[in-house]
Structures are given as structure tokens and as C-alpha cells.
Write a protein that binds this ligand. Structure first.
Ligand SMILES: [Zn+2]
Length: 199
């Protein structure tokens, strides 16, 4: 396997993952949410879609063996390994400038949507909108009264997930910079994560 590459806290990356190869995401310090997107290399208008994946899987949290599908309902990435407690979120929009304004920020705040825009610009992926990400390690819970709450991730230091690409993909990752609500652990302190692409 290639060496792990660090994604600094609050930052994002995009990387090519050819069909049949895998991408691993490591929660280096534990407790960090990582927003994940995938776009088809040959037609980026087709992208991994959480609403479509929820329908296909009949689940709101992916399990090992599950294929996440595109907005055209075709497999994009298959989850092949998950050493974390398996708590991820398929329902939350990524954080963006409007989210932080609503939380009271009066100045620019790093955010996952802009991390995605910056990361995929070099790959010439148009972004007419921000697809809902797979929020890796995000700990959303639902009670019997349909109320949702967010708690710090259960992922431990070194926990990792691995996905195999079903097509040539561009995969984008953002180490979520949320530090105002307890999306991330360590007292809402964003931390670095790491990834590797390998055969
Ligand atoms: Zn975020």
C-alpha cells in the first residue's frame, strides 16, 4: 500500500481512484468527521448520491459490502473495510458559509463545501450544486420521536474505512472544520486525518 498522506485539519483534497483500486481514510486522532464525495471520471455530472444510496441500501448507515450508488443509481464506491464502530451519516448536507453565518459567524469560516470546490477545481469537475456527502464517522442519532441529534464521533484513533472504486472516480475528502457544534470530538477541535490510494 502507498504511504498515508495527511489531510491537515480543516482542509480538503481530491484524488483519482481508478476502477478496482481502493481508497482508505484513517481517523488519525479519532473523533474527526470526514466529508466524502465521488465523481465519475468520464462524466462528473454523475456522482455518488446519498439519497439514492439510502433507497438502494434500505439503510441510513452503510455497512461493509454495501455499494454506494450514483444519482443514476449505478454503483460508485463499495465499502470493503470499516474498523470503526460503523457510525456514519448519509443525511447531512456538508457545512458551508451559510451554515456558519447561521451559527453566528461574522467572518469567513473554513467549510467542507468550499474545501470540495477548491479540491476538485484542478480536476475540472463542475459543481452546479454540492452533493450531499457521505459524512464519515459522523455520529447522528435518532430517537423514537423522530428527533435527530449530533454527538461527537465514536471513531477511535487509527480507525479506518476503505472503499473500492467501481468506476474510474475522483474522490474528494474534507476534514470537517466544524468547531461550533459537537460534530467533532476533542472539545469541537478539528484534527488532521489521512488517506491512501492503493491496488
Ligand atoms: Zn464540514
Amino acid at each position: 500500500m502507498k504511504e498515508l498522506i495527511e489531510i491537515p485539519a480543516r482542509c480538503g483534497i481530491a484524488v483519482e481512484v481508478p476502477a478496482g483500486q481502493s481508497i482508505r481514510v484513517v481517523n488519525t486522532h479519532g473523533g474527526q468527521v470526514v466529508d466524502m464525495w465521488a465523481f465519475r471520471r468520464d462524466d462528473p455530472s454523475e456522482h455518488m448520491s446519498m439519497p439514492h444510496s439510502v433507497v438502494t441500501l434500505g439503510r441510513i448507515k452503510p455497512a461493509v459490502g454495501d455499494s454506494l450508488v450514483s444519482n443514476l443509481r449505478r454503483p460508485v464506491l463499495r465499502l470493503v473495510e470499516d474498523t470503526s464502530p460503523g457510525v456514519h451519516c448519509m443525511l447531512f448536507a456538508s457545512c458551508d458559509p451559510a451554515r456558519y453565518r447561521l451559527l453566528g459567524c461574522t467572518e469567513y469560516h473554513d467549510n467542507c463545501a468550499d474545501n470540495l470546490r477548491s479540491a476538485v477545481a484542478a480536476h475540472r469537475i463542475p459543481l452546479p450544486y454540492i452533493p450531499t456527502p457521505l459524512n464519515l464517522f459522523m455520529n447522528t442519532k435518532f430517537d423514537d420521536h423522530r428527533v435527530m441529534r449530533v454527538e461527537p464521533p465514536e471513531a477511535r484513533p487509527g480507525d479506518r474505512v476503505t472503499f473500492r472504486a467501481e468506476h474510474d472516480c475522483i474522490v474528494a475528502l474534507s476534514a470537517c472544520p466544524q468547531d461550533l457544534v459537537p460534530v467533532n470530538a476533542h472539545g469541537c477541535t478539528p484534527t488532521a486525518v489521512a488517506y491512501a490510494v492503493f491496488s
